[in-house]
Design a binder for this molecule. Sequence first.
Ligand code: PEP
Ligand code: MG
Length: 763
Amino acid sequence: MKEVPNILWLEEIRKEDIISVGGKGASLGEMASIGLPVPKAFVVTAQAFRRFLVETSLEKKIFASFERLDVEDNEALEKAAEQAKALVIKAKMPAAIRDEIKKAYKRMDNGNLIVAVRSSATAEDLPDASFAGQQETYLNIKGDANLLLSVQQCWASLYGARALYYRARQGFDDSTVNIAVVVQQLVHSEKAGVMFTSHPISGEPLTIIEGSWGLGEAVVSGSVSPDKYVFDQRTEKVVDTLISNKKVEIIANGDHGTKLADVPKDRQDKQVLSDAEIEKLAMYGKIAENHYGVPQDVEWGIVSGTTYILQSRPITTIGSKKGAKGMSGNTSGANILIKGQGAAPGIASGKVVIIRDVKDTGSVKEGDILVTRMTNPDMVPAMRKVAAIVTDEGGMTCHAAIVSRELGTPAVVGTKTATAVLKNGQVVTVDGELGLIYEGAVAPPAAVSAPGPAQQAVVAHAPIITATSVKVNVSIPEAAARAAATGADGVGLLRIEHLILGLNKTPGWFIQNHKEEEFVKELHDGIKIVLDAFPGKPVWVRTLDAPTDEFRNMKGGENEPHEHNPMLGWRGIRRDLESPDQFRLQVESFKRLWSEGYENLGIMFPMVSHPDQFIKAREMMRGWGVDVENVTLGIMIEIPSSAIMIEDFIQAGIKFASFGTNDLIQYTLAIDRNNENVATMYNPQHPAVLHLIHNAIQVCRSYDVECSICGQAGSDPKMAKWLVEHGITSLSANIDAIAKIREAVAKTEKRIILEAARSKDAE
Ligand code: PEP
Ligand code: MG
């Protein structure tokens, strides 16, 4: 095999080179290869880093010091990280590597170019490579000595405390993780901004461009109201222009870093982009969208009349909050206040607001950090506003976790003590991936005009086609567009209780107050939004499944029964069968949608434990005028009994079954899914759980009945691999997990084919 050189130029790189050049390098290479004007760059490869470690004999020293490290011991972790980083920075770079970097830099612009030096993750299996420890970015670098030092500093960042902690928690072996470094021309944009290559809500061929003066960070961070332009690709015309008053811009600060400056009066109300520039940007956007197969969220910059495309990623990230877009600074020196489970990825800083009762939510302001014992559906309006969410209770499948992931808001759950330890008004930083809350605002804004964090750069892939359908879960209609933008093959679970509970009235209230039509309309309209986002693709809507305690705070909640254990109580199909009024209203909304031609609507019954329940529900629907033989009705497998009796369900006529592992695990292992005290025992891969799943899949396959998963376990690539190996027909994952699940599914499918071919060859 050909040896990978120390240096690779952008033009030589393709996305398959991710192992050598990291996510950021591969993404830039891919963009350049399709003709997008990317600022020139070369990459110091992961192999160069390895050679450096070997030739300086640092390899043994560093990894020996990590061997017995307890990463939960903050002090020891900090010490080990500091030592390792110092070793890397102080070591003498081997002459061959040094000379090649110098030579490459010279080739860029005779060694006079100002560059950005950025580390680039190479651990492609990491679920989120941005946390592998490659966040260091050095801007405004000039000259050999500064460049070489920055490269070494990037290498050292692989051993930052936060990176070590993350890898240990994820079970990665530090000694096998590499790092590449991107050296790229720094574009001091005179004007810059972002572009959505198609309309982010409707998907129409409308390119939406936002632009302002100076570096793009002013637009990305929201510190300025940018101009907005809409370009219709059908007529190739600018159809809407909105000129804003642009008071500030981010510009280079002399030789070093960037600063916020006032825009001179005469430029404040001036249009930033000419029609020709808009047209050109839209064309680049289309190239990117066509190449990647899904609408793109693009960062661009223009300097001296030259347009640069700085970054392109699927539009799925548009819903994420300011500050939630990963981070370019580092938190390794920051003080960790509390820990919990990282439930929704992203990082954000803000002021703590403690909510002890839903009545307090009025005090929640845009950008706050909402801290509470556990969120409730009636808190969703407040959850929409905040920059991050922290709870005392709960695990990965609790209400706070599910809703935060869909809102794209970072969340940490199950901290046990957040409401006691944190104080109102205190500024903290929430890391929704690692489950950490830091003191102060420690996620500095990424003041850059070139590609952003690796987290974003790594997602640029050509579309992956999988034989196993990869669908998406939706709970709130406003997430439908983001969900659809993932290119998912349909919706494997639409939880309608979130739709109803957001109204703050129980279904019983609507019935008692003769507001049935209002209830039906809300349901109909909410579901329709999701159906419209997935034309022609299956959308499985689940009938109401809210435990009684979730209704308690709402209007009508006073009539809810008090149950010792609502999780095992009157919920799901059990309640609907005994409350025909409530069930009928849901069915009425489904009927309307079917009559409007939404044939892709399927209905899924939750908490089913016996085929008789399915039969009874179907017969009730028939009685209300549903053509039950010709609509898609299926069940969730959430109770061991339904996994065990799957064959009887199939004989009763289900068209599909979907594993609700959130409940299946809790009912198989007797572990309350919302109880942080037993969260570590909540094991999706427990042999008993896998046994139930495996058997049910086999039975479904033998009858050719679609078998899916919509529990949180379906968002875990390892579990996805196992499920594909065991024959699942489709998976449904969270919006933020679709890309990695699709990749895991594709890899597994390819491997199965490859192994089959090899064993055939061997015969
Ligand atoms: C499940 O139980 O896995 C599921 C998807 O349903 P919910 O999380 O709404 O209980
Ligand atoms: Mg469930």
